[in-house]
Design a protein around this ligand. Structure first.
Ligand code: FES
Length: 59
């Protein structure tokens, strides 16, 4: 998987978000915000966080 910066406000990489989702069983954007701080500033990366949640938690 290509690692890219998802949240530019807080410099959070995709790999960090995926790891948090897997290790902590996160299922919502709010969980990801609490666990990683991604998506907590301008909120512009929230659609990307949703895509990652769908990718890691299919169905
Ligand atoms: S890019 Fe993630 S909160 Fe701004």
């Amino acid at each position: 998987m290509e690692d890219i910066e998802i949240c530019h406000c807080n410099n959070i990489m995709k790999s960090e978000i995926v790891k948090a989702i897997r290790e902590k069983g996160l299922s919502t954007v709010e969980h990801v915000q609490e666990a990683t701080t991604a998506g907590t500033v301008c909120e512009g990366c929230i659609p990307d966080i949703e895509d990652i949640l769908n990718e890691v938690n299919p169905g």
